[in-house]
Each structure stands twice: as structure tokens, then as C-alpha cells.
Design a protein around this ligand. Structure first.
Ligand SMILES: [Fe+2]
Length: 605
């Protein structure tokens, strides 16, 4: 079988050990990569000798994922989901990953039984998504001050829970603790602040943006030596660098997982992907309470849990979903999404990261918004309201995109909300955070823009129609841009996701719309986990380009590296700080001292 092990040379000089669910074998390891190299090894133990062949340095590693099950996966999952779960979740192997190849960090906070924890807040509410090392048979509670709030189980096994609390004091730092039904602590207490009330006038608000943090575990053995998506520990390290600047909140803008269930290009387009065959989902079955639930966790968990862990426990997060979060790539035919993948998307969200809390200025009745025993939640449309200083409008276009003569990306009620908030008084800065990028095209189908790849000319063009692309999407784009530019007392800003690049530009024209009097700044927030083959210039042979629909002044032409963006909101300006890390030329340690490579101030009138 194939197993994946990870580790670093054992400085104590002890025997190398490969530990797995059912094996513990001596394993010498190649030390030629260097004492401080971080590496993950994929080993074929089917035929290979178990006692090693590579180098002489001692090694400690742990099995954490079966790459090729030796049995039919559906039968395997149905018959041994518990055993698989125990191997996968119970042994803490992902913690080992984080501990061993991530940066050395302060161990001042004890995560206890908590495997991952992602909070979100509004001015008066808190929502936590938590998974534990072991299933809990009775509901744990969240304690805030002297009050106790029971958790709600979000899976069917008792490992995933949420905690939803309302009527909290605004702009206050709350002390939180998680307690098991028997009264024992599940982790060390920590603090989390609610946002200031909508009429408060804070001096500053700092927001961290990034995109594309998903992807199965990749390998990294040194500068320029990597395969697949970045190892999750490196993604975590990039995010920790972002957190070191003490943002008040973070926006994870789409593509938290990559596990597309169908082929999206080539002769086999529409057929099951290799990952779909591995997962062996029952497409006509429900997600929860079946082997589908375990298969979902096996696919999604390793892409999310080690990337975030508990590092964001005091930093509210806002997770937008995009194409890959619906378990498909952006391709004609994949969207509007099929029912089963939609349920997978919703279940992933329910288990791992918070939905959006309600806001006084966002209608309750928008699509994918509901009141239930899980609380008042929106799955696709969110608001970050930080006093009267800033309001960020978050919108996922994949759930409501339509085709045909009335095609839109977002439902008409969503558009009304966006236009109303864009033009509303009473907020100093209004920012759009759509899941799809404004400004640039990568030639993909589900973009605002008609630009498509001309393979022969190796360029993007609008001279030929983009198959199945809808011009209604672009008309909606122009209505939104028109509204943004029309607010002359503000500096319009869009910070988007999806596109695997870091960039910034200023739109002066959109189609026939002259917006030069108050141009719209658009930012590509930066990808965190992208694989070499995920960058546009590799996928299509052409990098991202300004859409020909626009006049776009590229202040930072798209850079295909990993990175993130910090946005500081102040009463008289917005400060953009763009960060990048080049996996092909910089050592891992450089992440810990990253500084912005580009900073600009957007003054308001
Ligand atoms: Fe995407």
C-alpha cells in the first residue's frame, strides 16, 4: 500500500520509526536534504522493503493517510468508517504534521481536545465551529463569563460541534471556555472580541484577506522543490505570518478544498475524476449518516484542519465558498451545481467553518439564508460591519448564478442588497468581497468577463465567443461597478478571491461606463496553497490579463506566487499591504519575516 509519512531527522540519534495504524517499522531516511529540510515522504510499502534504503539519519514519522485503499472504498467506508476515522482523526497525525514542519511557535495556549476551531462574530453574536480529537457523547458547552451555552452537534458522530451565542455586549472582549458535559475543560480559555456597535467610531480596523488555501497535502523538500499544493504546514505558516500583524478579522475567500468530482477538460470532460473514484461517493445518497459523511471528512478535513488548527481562535473569520468548495471546477456544465455536490458544499461548511451571522442591513430572506435550530445563518452572503468605519460585503456567486436571457451571478435580491449598501450613508468605507475576481480574466468560463483563451495566439481574446458564457453576468458587473463609482465620497474597493495571483489595479472604464471620476480599485488578495499547475499561466499557458471590457491601470500586475493582503481602514484612508512569498526562490524561514512588497494608500475625500 502507499502511505504518507512525515517528519524530520531525529536529533537525538534514536532509531528511525515509521508509525502507522497497524505498523511500526524502522525506516532510515534521506538526510541529504539537510538537517532543517521539511519533508513529507510518500512510500510504497507494497513491495518495497520496510527497512530503509535512504540515508542513515534517524527519523521519526507517522502514517496519516492511506493513499490507495486496498479494498473497495465504499465497502471499506461502510464497514470500517470507525476504524478509518480512528486512524485518521484519533491519532493526532495532523497535529504531528503541524508540530514537526511548521514554524516553532509559542506553546502558551493548550488546545486540549480541540482539533480545530474557527470563530466568527458580529457586534452581538458569536458562532464557533469546533472539532474535537474524540467524539463526545454528550453536548459540550461554551462558557462566556458566567453564562453557559450548550453546543449543537453538526455531524452524526459527535466529533463536530457548533456554539451559537446571541445578545452579547458589542465591542467587548469576551472570555471563552469549552467544557465537556462532565465539567472538565476541553481546552484552555481564550478571548474573542465582538465588533463595535454600528454607530461606534473606531479609529482603525485591520482585515486579512486571502484565497485558495485548499488542496490535498503536497510535498516540499527545499527551495523550488515541491509537488502539488503547498504542504498544509507551510500554508499554516503563511497564515500565521498574516495573523502576526494582529488583524481584527480575516476573510478566507473561496477554494478551501480541492476535490473536484468530475473531469473539467480534455476528452473525458464530465466523467468522474480520479478523486471521485477514490472517494466512491454515493451520489444519490444523503451526505450525513452514510459513508458519504466519512468520505467527505477524509477528503476535506486534511485540507482545512491543519491549515487553521486553533490559530484563529481569537480572530473572527469569514469564509466565502467558490467553485471548488462545491466539489467541482469552474467549467461550463458544472454550474449551476448538481444537487449532491451542493449538499457536499453545505455539509463542508456546516462541519468546518462558520456561516455568516445576520446583519441589520442585510435582508433575512436572501438565498441560502435561514433560521433554524442552528441559528440565523447565511451560507453565501455576509457582512463585516465594524462600527461606522467599514462595511465589507461578502458574496458567493456560485450558488445563485443563472443561465439564459436573464442570467445573473447573484440573485436580484442580493443585487438589491449590494446596491443599497454600496450607496447607503453612515459608513465611511464600503468594500466588495466577491468570490469572483473583478479586473482580470484567466479565461475561465464562470467569470464576469467574456475573455477566452486563443490557444494559437497564446493570449486571451474577446474576438471569439466564450462558449456558454452569459453576458447577463457582465451587465450585473457593470451595475455594481457603476454604484461603487457613484459614491463620490468614498474610494471604491474590491478585494476578491478565486484567482491564483496577487495583484492590484484601478478600473477607469467598464464597457461603456466611464468611471474615471471615481475609479474602482480592485485587488487580487493572494493564494495560500496553490499547486504549480494551479497558476493560470500553467493551466492555460497564459497569465491573468485585464479584461478587454475594462480600462485597467495595473499597479501590481498579477504575480503568480503565494501571499495575502492586509487592508487597514482608517477614518480618512484605506491602506493596502500586499504580501508575497516565492516558493521557488525563498526559504521557508522567509515566511516568518515577510513584509509587504507593495503598499498604497487610498485617500477618501
Ligand atoms: Fe475558485
Amino acid at each position: 500500500m502507499f502511505v504518507v509519512v512525515l517528519g524530520v531527522p531525529d536529533s537525538e540519534g534514536g532509531p528511525g520509526v515509521l508509525q502507522g495504524a497497524s505498523c511500526s517499522q524502522s525506516l532510515p531516511i534521506d538526510r541529504s536534504l539537510g538537517r532543517d529540510a521539511y519533508h513529507i515522504h510518500i512510500l510504497d510499502l507494497t513491495n518495497a522493503p520496510l527497512i530503509g534504503t535512504i540515508g542513515a539519519a534517524p527519523f521519526t514519522g507517522r502514517l496519516f493517510m492511506l493513499k490507495r485503499p486496498l479494498v473497495d472504498r465504499r465497502k471499506f467506508l461502510a464497514s470500517s468508517a470507525g476504524a478509518m476515522g480512528a486512524a485518521f482523526f484519533g491519532g493526532g497525525p495532523l497535529d504531528a504534521l503541524t508540530n514537526q514542519i511548521a514554524q516553532t511557535q509559542s506553546r502558551t495556549w493548550d488546545a486540549g481536545q480541540v482539533r480545530h476551531l474557527l470563530p466568527t462574530v458580529s457586534e452581538s453574536r458569536i458562532l464557533l465551529k469546533v472539532s474535537f480529537e474524540q467524539a463526545l457523547s454528550a453536548a459540550p458547552s461554551l462558557r462566556i463569563g458566567a453564562s453557559s451555552f450548550p453546543g449543537r452537534m453538526n455531524d452524526t458522530g459527535g466529533r463536530f460541534w457548533q456554539f451559537y451565542v446571541t445578545d452579547l455586549d458589542a465591542g467587548a472582549t469576551h472570555s471563552l471556555s469549552l467544557v465537556a458535559a462532565n465539567g472538565s475543560s476541553l481546552c484552555e480559555p481564550w478571548t474573542l472580541s465582538t465588533f463595535p456597535p454600528a454607530d461606534a467610531r473606531p479609529d482603525r480596523f485591520r482585515l486579512l484577506f486571502f484565497t485558495c488555501a485548499g488542496g490535498p497535502e503536497g510535498t516540499y523538500t527545499g527551495i523550488g522543490q515541491r509537488r502539488g499544493n503547498l504542504p498544509t504546514a507551510i500554508r499554516n505558516r503563511l497564515l500565521r505570518r498574516g495573523l502576526s500583524f494582529n488583524p481584527n478579522a480575516a476573510v478566507a475567500n473561496g477554494d478551501h478544498i480541492y476535490w473536484d468530482l468530475h473531469q473539467w477538460s480534455g476528452q473525458l470532460t464530465g466523467g468522474l475524476s480520479a478523486r471521485a473514484r477514490i472517494s466512491n461517493f454515493e451520489f444519490s445518497g444523503s451526505v450525513f449518516g452514510t459513508s458519504n459523511e466519512t468520505a467527505l471528512m477524509l477528503a476535506a478535513g486534511p485540507q482545512i484542519v491543519p491549515v487553521y488548527g486553533t490559530d484563529f481562535r481569537s480572530t473572527p473569520v469569514f469564509f466565502l465558498q467558490d467553485d471548488h468548495d462545491h466539489w467541482e471546477n469552474d467549467a461550463a456544465g458544472a454550474f449551476p451545481i448538481a444537487w449532491f455536490q451542493l449538499q457536499l458544499a453545505r455539509a463542508t461548511q456546516q462541519l468546518y467553518y462558520p456561516e455568516f451571522l445576520p446583519d441589520a442591513n442585510r435582508p433575512f430572506g436572501l438565498p441560502w439564508s435561514s433560521s433554524s435550530d442552528r441559528g440565523d445563518l447565511s451560507e453565501s452572503f455576509g457582512t463585516i460591519r465594524y462600527g461606522s468605519l467599514a462595511e465589507v460585503l461578502l458574496y458567493d456567486v456560485r450558488r445563485t448564478m443563472t443561465l439564459g436571457p436573464s442570467a445573473v451571478f447573484v440573485d436580484s435580491n442580493v443585487e438589491e442588497w449590494l446596491l443599497a449598501r454600496t450607496t447607503a450613508p453612515g459608513v465611511r468605507h464600503v468594500v466588495h468581497a466577491p468570490s469572483n475576481p473583478f479586473g482580470w480574466s484567466a479565461g475561465k468560463w464562470g467569470e464576469w468577463y467574456p475573455d477566452v483563451l486563443d490557444s494559437a495566439a497564446a493570449t486571451l481574446t474577446t474576438a471569439v465567443p466564450k462558449p456558454y458564457w452569459q453576458d447577463g453576468w457582465l451587465r450585473q458587473h457593470d451595475r455594481l461597478v457603476d454604484a461603487m463609482s457613484g459614491m463620490r465620497a468614498r474610494t471604491p474597493l474590491i478585494v476578491s478571491g478565486d484567482l491564483h495571483a496577487i495583484g492590484a489595479g484601478t478600473m477607469h472604464r467598464s464597457g461603456t461606463l466611464d468611471i474615471a471620476a471615481n475609479p474602482v480599485t480592485t485587488v487580487l488578495s493572494g493564494p495560500v496553497g496553490t499547486a504549480p499547475g494551479g497558476f493560470p499561466s500553467v493551466v492555460r499557458g497564459v497569465g491573468s490579463s485585464p479584461s478587454s471590457h475594462l480600462d485597467l491601470d495595473q499597479t501590481v500586475p498579477p504575480i503568480e506566487q503565494h501571499g495575502f493582503t492586509l487592508v487597514d481602514f482608517l477614518p480618512d484612508r484605506i491602506v493596502l499591504s500586499l504580501f508575497r512569498w516565492d516558493v521557488n526562490s525563498q526559504p521557508i524561514e522567509a515566511i516568518d519575516s515577510l513584509e509587504p512588497f507593495y503598499t498604497t494608500e487610498l485617500s477618501t475625500r
